[in-house]
Design a protein around this ligand. Structure first.
Ligand SMILES: [Zn+2]
Length: 77
């Protein structure tokens, strides 16, 4: 998947990734409904939900703690 930022703002193009015509370039944009993808070549459109909700994925509560082998000096006698 190739993602190219076109305007640095919200417009993104995925080259030749249209699920309908297979060769069309998909552009991603949003209107008052939210995000959608649109094929420039054939006019295929599809709503995007995941893009709008990305950024809220890191809410899982398991913190990873690094395990340090040299922690605690109770090994010496
Ligand atoms: Zn297409």
């Amino acid at each position: 998947m190739v993602i190219t930022v076109v305007r640095g703002d919200v417009e993104v193009i995925r080259l030749k990734s249209c699920p309908k015509c297979k060769t069309g370039d998909i552009t991603i944009d949003r209107d008052h409904h939210g995000w959608y993808e649109y094929c420039i070549q054939c006019g295929y459109t599809s709503d995007l939900i995941s893009v709008a909700e990305s950024g809220q994925k890191q809410a899982s509560g398991s913190k990873k703690r690094p395990i340090l082998p040299d922690q605690g000096d109770s090994g010496r006698a």
